[in-house]
Design a protein around this ligand. Sequence first.
Ligand SMILES: NC(=O)c1ccc[n+]([C@@H]2O[C@H](COP(=O)([O-])OP(=O)(O)OC[C@H]3O[C@@H](n4cnc5c(N)ncnc54)[C@H](OP(=O)(O)O)[C@@H]3O)[C@@H](O)[C@H]2O)c1
Length: 322
Amino acid sequence: MRVQLIGLGSIGKNLLKLINQKGTDIRKEIGEKIEVVSVSDTTGTVITDGLPLTRIIQAKEGGGLRTLESFEKIDAMKAISDLESDVVVEITQSTKDGNPGIKHIMRAFETEKNVVTANKSVLVSSLDLFGESKEMKRSLRYEATVCGGLPVFNLMDYCMKTAKIDSVEGIFNATSTFVISEMEAGKSQPSARSEAIRMGIAEKNQRDDLAGIDSARKGTILHRRIYGSTMSLKEADISAKESEIAVGLRQITEVTSKGVRVEYRKVAGNGIYSNAVGPAMVIRFNTDILDHLTLSTDHDGPLESAATVLNDILLSRSEKAT
Ligand SMILES: NC(=O)c1ccc[n+]([C@@H]2O[C@H](COP(=O)([O-])OP(=O)(O)OC[C@H]3O[C@@H](n4cnc5c(N)ncnc54)[C@H](OP(=O)(O)O)[C@@H]3O)[C@@H](O)[C@H]2O)c1
């Protein structure tokens, strides 16, 4: 199974490490090897051609991809167009207008490749990528876009077929929970914010995490999926403010048929929100027959998201001929 990787940041590096580490298990599981054909970042593309993945990670963490012999100064769009593969993994950073992610994904569909992404911003623009993937008869997997390592869409697809989802709520952003709970443990806000960046859990622009934009993106993706809407990020009601951050608060997102709301709420006592500390996430489905189905994790970060992306890659294999 041939994979092209676009973006080699926190998730990308963890993904290469996992493919390397789990290679034998994957081969047993699917009967073939995952072959990473190319890796692109903003500087260009490495055409791997059997190069050990560990060398690519070392180069990225050292002098950059350009230090590798098989580095070419071709951008991701050209790499997607020119190289053969089965799946394009799009994990560039989330942006205001969804680009360059949307362009990468559309080029992948045009060249008859399936797509796996963790990039939230591509799913909340005015372009309906769910519709585009159907139209182009390609698969689009995006499990890691909402609550990274928690199985949100697979749960909906495989375990909730007859349940009517009335609403979804939770803590969808690990960075805000991490920063506030570190402050509760006596650390300063600047040091907690720096630590979130070091851990790779923060968005490129940390304001996206702390001012509720990252949560609103996730809420909007859920709204589109659950209610079949065309809601855009602009329509989300974000009252969370970066300046509001204080101990005793958690950033809570609510998704109902009426829309998406993100706010900092006071939490106290022994509850699912007040117990969320560190890079924790919580998602609760309020449904007619499964009641308040709740998933939570104490730790969500780039490794967990990379594991979810890897799972999506394996799932997309059986969708080769859609
Ligand atoms: N980190 C998490 O825990 C997490 C969890 C779930 C979802 N996500 C989402 O997943 C995506 C990736 O997250 P991340 O934390 O890995 O991001 P990141 O560390 O900021 O890495 C982004 C990568 O994209 C590359 N890139 C940017 N523009 C590019 C272009 N035009 N062509 C090729 N490569 C390009 C960057 O290249 P350079 O290295 O050259 O700058 C970088 O390697 C984001 O959209 C984020 O919202 C993140």
